[in-house]
Write a protein that binds this ligand. Structure first.
Ligand SMILES: Nc1ncnc2c1ncn2[C@@H]1O[C@H](COP(=O)(O)OP(=O)(O)OP(=O)(O)O)[C@@H](O)[C@H]1O
Ligand SMILES: [Mg+2]
Length: 248
């Protein structure tokens, strides 16, 4: 088998596996509700429906990732840029990832005064889901994943950090991980599923919206590594600020 055939087969098997897991869960919970409707209390019904919603969102994210790759290579990707509040999107992304990584802890530290960004809401959700999913997938089991954004007056860009403790990303890999199909060769990456497309798409979408993305991995006192992915997206009031300046 040629190299291309091999990577194509690996890709199909990864995608099928990742599609099957949420589909199995959606089918399971719908079947349970249909067959035992009268025996399930309202609280549980709500819980099951939330799982179905989260798993469907996870599927959408997966399919969006697949579609993004073809859109990126063909240069077609329509963005709908609008004033977007950061916190609700981050909350949805956390809920999607949590449904898959129930043992992980998540902390959202987003200031109520954090300004809105100018972004395509669905693509921003895709960006956040990819980063938070990576933090859960590659972070230490007992570590808390932090999603942070502060208050910034008159800032042109708003930074959103996704932080986890875990294995080191070496400086040599800082750029490479954002390229197509690239995965770092370490025992953990070999153990967990992934197609190596998440960060490639995330970077592409961020840059299309006029933003930037970067990573740094720093050694802590306890010898563990603190990894921070920072996304910077344009503040939605930049235009207003610019206009205000002109009229001065
Ligand atoms: N938070 C992190 N900590 C350590 N390594 C990471 C982290 N995020 C990404 N990586 C490394 O970067 C690689 C590329 O990540 P990327 O999200 O593009 O692909 P993936 O997670 O392998 O697959 P998928 O396409 O399903 O997202 C990963 O395989 C992993 O080796
Ligand atoms: Mg990933």
């Amino acid at each position: 088998m040629s190299e291309i055939e091999k990577s194509y087969e690996d890709f199909i098997s990864t995608v099928s596996h990742e599609l099957r897991t949420p589909l199995t869960s959606i089918r399971g919970f719908s079947q349970t509700m249909l067959s035992s409707w009268d025996r399930i209390d309202d609280e549980s019904k709500k819980k099951f429906l939330k799982i179905i919603e989260d798993q469907s969102n996870r599927l959408i994210n997966l399919v969006e990732n697949m579609l993004s790759v073809t859109r990126i290579s063909s240069g077609r990707d329509n963005l709908l840029l609008k004033e977007t509040a950061i916190k609700p999107v981050v909350e949805t992304a956390v809920s999607i990832v949590k449904s898959q990584y129930a043992d992980k802890k998540f902390e959202i530290q987003i200031d109520d005064k954090t300004p809105s960004i100018l972004a395509d809401k669905d693509k921003f959700l895709q960006i956040m889901t990819n980063l938070i999913e990576n933090a859960a997938k590659y972070g230490d089991t007992d570590s808390t994943i932090i999603i942070k954004s502060g208050f910034c007056e008159n800032c042109e860009f708003i930074g959103i950090d996704v932080i986890n403790t875990g294995i080191e990303i070496k400086e040599d890999d800082y750029e490479r991980i954002f390229t197509k199909f690239s995965r770092i060769d370490n025992p953990l990456t070999r153990k967990v599923q992934g197609s190596g497309l998440g960060l490639y798409i995330t970077k592409n979408l961020t840059e299309k919206m006029g933003g930037k993305i970067s990573v740094k991995s720093e050694k802590q006192k306890d010898e563990k590594y603190l990894t921070t992915f920072e996304v910077q997206l344009p503040a939605s009031n930049v235009e207003k600020q610019a206009r205000a300046k002109c009229s001065l």
